[in-house]
Design a protein around this ligand. Structure first.
Ligand code: SF4
Ligand code: SF4
Length: 448
């Protein structure tokens, strides 16, 4: 089996009892699967928050452990010579939303989100990439024609007949609205001045595809807060020798999550080249979208990009992580005022939880005087990138949201909402018709 991702970190991990069940084929990928010891703790009742697809379906096959059994059967030859195209494996993998709940909560840290990418990439290699996955995966590239795309999306959202036609032809759910790109994408402000400023007060801001084209106010807010805190902010742009110097940087997440590994690797290489000077200078790189930062810290390590990717992973922070870190080091100079709002409900993005950023978020929210807030106890919101927009997934996606998140939000109709993930915000808007803020916007509003 030719791996699409780099599984070499599992090469020496396969020692001991836990590996008694390593499948016959699949090499290091099989070892990553065999990390699961089939103790079925992910199927226990009452159900924890680990696996949203298991919680929403109540079927063992839709739990991390159930998926592992199907993968082991496939890699042991039980599904014939082309197991990655087998519908039995597809049935087990299809509803995994890649939330990393299992990697975080299973005692053996089964990384089903990464395993799903390999499965999907293998399946793509056999069956080809669907038109829908090309559209969703290639979003950062299509947004290069943002005016045209904005016009098409707005038309589709307003003409039900067109939405139904696109459901029939492309499989994009007519019951969902699509996020609309803004008229004017994010434009970096002029340079912050003296490039010779102390390295400790310099930061790079990575404005991801979603902030750039859909919610540029978040990037503006982050910029304003960092400036107010005394940092010289430069917005990360393509490297001088980038093959597409006019196209904004992207972590490659949209491609990777749909198993389009080569395209994701190309984007990751662009990022790597752009980040090289920051690595040399030790200047922190700050991101806003949890899944993009998870890509840089975790997924990129499976793309075979060499040791530099590991070094870069250590220098990349979510906005809230950076603010919390600077506060801990007593370097944060921020004067914040009370917001005077009702108790705020906070929904953590799965990947914020996966990178351990919820503690930082709590710390940062405590910096705002008198802010009363509560974290909603929930698993994935169910949107999971483009998953919830797929015709065959729209219903189960809402069911995942209805497990905990949406009922908690409805129970507090006047509560302001906070959600740092782009797709979480979209799911919440669809589910309860209220717009959550990003923590950078909240902090900007609290600047004295
Ligand atoms: S995925 Fe984790 S919790 Fe579930 S059966 Fe395997 S080892 Fe147990
Ligand atoms: S990544 Fe999330 S949805 Fe997929 S198996 Fe793990 S917990 Fe379940």
């Amino acid at each position: 089996m030719k791996h699409q991702l780099d599984w070499s970190s599992y090469e020496t991990a396969g020692q001991g009892d836990a590996y008694a069940g390593i499948p016959a084929t699949g090499g290091d990928f099989a070892k990553a699967v065999a990390v699961c010891i089939s103790d079925r703790l992910c199927q226990r009742k009452p159900k924890g928050v680990m696996c949203p697809s298991y919680r929403a379906t109540d079927e063992a096959l839709q739990s991390p452990g159930g998926r592992v059994l199907a993968l082991k059967a496939a890699l042991n030859g039980e599904y014939g010579p082309a197991p990655f195209a087998d519908p039995r494996l597809a049935e087990a993998m299809d509803l995994c939303v890649g939330c990393k709940g299992c990697k975080r909560e299973c005692a053996n840290q089964v990384d089903m989100a990464a395993i799903k990418i390999e499965w999907q990439a293998q399946r793509n290699a056999i069956s080809g990439v669907s038109m829908r996955d090309r559209l969703f995966g290639g979003l950062p590239r299509w947004l290069g024609y943002s005016r045209l795309l904005r016009g098409l999306v707005r038309l589709r959202n307003r003409v039900p007949l067109l939405a139904r036609l696109l459901e029939r032809t492309l499989g994009i759910s007519a019951s969902r609205t699509l996020p609309e790109p803004v008229r004017r994408p994010y434009a970096a402000p002029a340079s912050d001045g003296d490039a010779a400023v102390d390295t400790a007060r310099r930061v790079h801001l990575f404005v991801d595809t979603f902030a750039r084209h859909f919610e540029p106010d978040i990037a503006d807010a982050a910029h304003a807060v960092l400036r107010a805190a005394g940092y010289q902010v430069s917005v990360l742009g393509p490297a001088a020798d980038d093959p597409e110097p006019d196209r904004a940087l992207c972590c490659g997440r949209t491609w990777l999550s749909l198993g389009q590994v080569e395209a994701a690797r190309r984007e990751a290489r662009r990022m790597q080249a752009a980040l090289r000077p920051a690595l040399a200078d030790g200047v922190p790189v700050i991101g806003l979208e949890p899944s993009c930062i998870l890509s840089l810290r975790d997924d990129h390590l499976k793309l075979g990009l060499g040791p530099e990717a590991e070094a870069l992973a250590k220098q990349v922070y979510l906005f809230e992580e950076f603010i919390a870190r600077e506060h801990d080091r007593k370097r944060l100079q921020l004067d914040l005022k009370p917001l005077g709002t009702a108790k705020m409900l906070v929904h953590g993005h799965c990947h914020q939880k996966a990178v351990g950023a919820m503690k930082s978020l709590r710390k940062v929210l405590r910096l705002i005087p008198q802010l009363d807030f509560e974290f909603v106890e929930s698993s994935c919101c169910g949107m999971a990138g483009s998953f919830g927009l797929d015709a065959e997934h729209a219903q189960i996606s809402m069911k995942m949201a209805e497990l905990d998140l949406l009922p908690a939000l409805r129970a507090a109709p006047d509560a302001p909402l906070l959600a740092n993930g782009f797709s979480c915000r979209h799911q919440i808007i669809e589910g309860v018709a209220r717009r959550p803020a990003h923590v950078a916007q909240l902090m900007r509003d609290a600047l004295a």
